[in-house]
Each structure stands twice: as structure tokens, then as C-alpha cells.
Design a protein around this ligand. Structure first.
Ligand code: NAP
Length: 261
């Protein structure tokens, strides 16, 4: 691995939601590979070890996107690597009937439309410089719906997968690689809070609801959740020159949970 150590030197990367969980691990991985990394989130993580350049913003607000991209261009130049990582769900559990228009709208904004807006702002610059990589962090639930608690989120991620493929068809001929990465269960603080809330509402222990969730995926052959760093390792490869022929794909990284192939 030594010979790949600083393979992203001179590259500028933006990781949305790069202050916590998977996004933070990706940002740290790209820094380690020598890239200059900008991260966005609503709140500063309050962490002195944050080595990325932080821009506070809520990217579900449409007018924020252009402001963020302008700030990055002014300070650092053109973005070479875009990791659309920000996402999640604000919807309640309870299946189809529990979801209002607002829940659907929020999950679509958070997981799909915010990424489309960032891509729209950055792609023309990548086309002009005849190169760039865009990664969309999706989810296993985009192909394996979990209707009890993640219905709207899963639909948004399914749309993101289709959109990501479509973007790759249109822009790969112009030098831009586009790929999606779909993790299964990942051990982040947000996942921990989600499991705790399932435990609180069901009266079952966190360990039991974790097992229940793994079972609802059809079982996780690896027998555990992924670590954020394991997702970051895949992204670190995909954005590197080593992945120069890889585009238009959706990498499922789920410890073997997906029952199909
Ligand atoms: N964890 C899993 O098991 C799992 C599984 C499959 C897919 N994923 C996907 O992986 C990605 C990261 O998930 P995660 O679990 O690592 O999430 P996380 O720990 O909750 O981190 C989310 C990041 O996005 C930021 N963010 C959230 N809402 C935002 C908004 N409106 N505007 C700007 N920034 C916002 C958060 O910071 P602030 O809160 O300060 O804004 C944080 O930096 C998501 O797309 C998620 O759907 C996660």
C-alpha cells in the first residue's frame, strides 16, 4: 500500500456531511491520501482533530449550494472529487401510513435533491477541466426496501441509484467518472441512536433489535455492522487513479447481506 500513500496529492475534494460517521471517515481517508478536503455540515463537530476545511451549511436549503461552491472555488480552486455523502432519514417508523407529505419531502431533499444540486453546481467545472469523480453514498435499502421504518429513505436512495447511473451515461464520455456506494449497516453514532430508538419503542434490548435488523436484511453473513473506515477504504479506491475504468456502478458493501448478486 506504501506506493499509493499520497496518490491524491494536488486533488481538491468535497465531502458533504464529512464531520461525522461515514463522511468523516471518508474525509480522513482522502486527507491521508494527500488530498485537500473540504467538509460541510450544519454543525461544527467541535473536534480539534478536524483537519478538513469546514463550511457550515444546511444543504437541504436550495440557495446554500451555490454559496458553498463559490466559497470553495474562491479559496481552493476547482473541485476534482465530490463525495455526496450527506443523507439519512427524519421519518418515523410505522410503515406507509405513518408517512406524511412532509416526511417524504424531507427524505427526498436530504438524500436525493441536495446531491443533484451540488452535482449541478460542480459538474460544469469538472467538464471544463476534462476530469473529475463523483461518488453518491446510497444505501442497501435502495435495492432492499425496509418498509417498517425507512420507506421514504429507501425510495430516495433507489432514485439516487438510478440518477447516479444516468449521470455516468451522460458525463463519462466527457471525462467524469460517477459511481454509487451502497453500504449495509454501518456502526455510526446515528445508527446507534436509531437502534436505541427501536429498542425504546419495542422494549427489546439494543443487541436484540440489532439482530432483528440484520435478520430483516436476510442475515448479515459477516455477523456484524461495517466500520465507517471500511466504507471509506472503498471510496478512497474509487476516487483514485487506480479506479480509472470504473464508472456507472453501484458498489454494495454490506458484509454479504444482499440476498441476490
Ligand atoms: N450508517 C449506516 O448504517 C448507513 C447505511 C447505509 C447508508 N448510509 C448513508 O451514508 C451516509 C452517511 O451516513 P452516516 O450514518 O455516516 O450519517 P451521520 O453520522 O448522521 O452523518 C451525517 C452527516 O451529514 C450532515 N448533515 C445531516 N443533515 C444535513 C443537512 N441538512 N445539511 C448539511 N449537512 C447535513 C451531518 O452533520 P450535521 O448534523 O451537523 O448537519 C453529518 O456530518 C448517508 O447518506 C446515509 O444515508 C448510512
Amino acid at each position: 500500500m506504501e506506493k499509493f500513500a499520497k496518490e491524491l496529492t494536488g486533488k481538491l475534494a468535497l465531502v458533504t456531511g464529512g464531520t461525522k460517521g461515514i463522511g468523516r471517515a471518508i474525509a480522513d481517508r482522502l486527507l491521508e491520501a494527500g488530498a485537500t478536503v473540504v467538509v460541510t455540515a450544519r454543525n461544527h463537530p467541535g473536534d480539534e482533530n478536524l483537519k478538513s476545511y469546514f463550511i457550515p451549511t444546511d444543504l437541504t436549503i436550495p440557495s446554500e449550494t451555490d454559496k458553498v461552491v463559490r466559497e470553495i472555488n474562491k479559496k481552493f480552486g476547482t473541485i476534482d472529487i465530490l463525495v455526496n455523502n450527506m443523507g439519512g432519514s427524519t421519518s418515523p417508523s410505522g410503515g406507509f401510513a405513518a408517512l406524511t407529505d412532509e416526511h417524504w419531502e424531507n427524505d427526498l431533499q436530504l438524500n436525493l435533491q441536495s446531491s443533484i444540486r451540488i452535482d449541478r453546481a460542480i459538474l460544469p467545472q469538472m467538464v471544463e477541466q476534462k476530469g473529475g469523480v463523483i461518488i453518491h453514498i446510497s444505501s442497501l435499502s435502495g435495492i432492499l426496501p425496509l418498509y417498517e421504518s425507512l420507506g421514504a429513505y429507501a425510495v430516495a436512495k433507489a432514485a439516487l441509484n438510478n440518477y447516479s447511473k444516468s449521470l455516468s451515461k451522460e458525463f463519462t464520455p466527457r471525462g467524469i467518472r460517477v459511481a454509487a456506494v451502497s453500504p449495509g449497516m454501518v456502526k455510526t453514532d446515528t445508527m446507534g441512536a436509531y437502534l436505541q430508538s427501536l429498542s425504546d419503542t419495542s422494549g427489546r434490548s439494543v443487541e436484540e433489535v440489532t439482530q432483528d435488523l440484520m435478520t430483516s436484511l436476510g442475515g448479515v453473513p459477516m455477523g456484524r455492522m461495517a466500520l465507517p473506515e471500511e466504507i471509506a477504504e472503498l471510496v478512497g479506491f474509487l476516487v483514485s487513479p487506480r479506479a480509472s475504468y470504473i464508472t456507472g456502478v453501484n458498489y454494495i458493501i454490506d458484509g454479504g447481506a444482499n440476498p441476490s448478486f
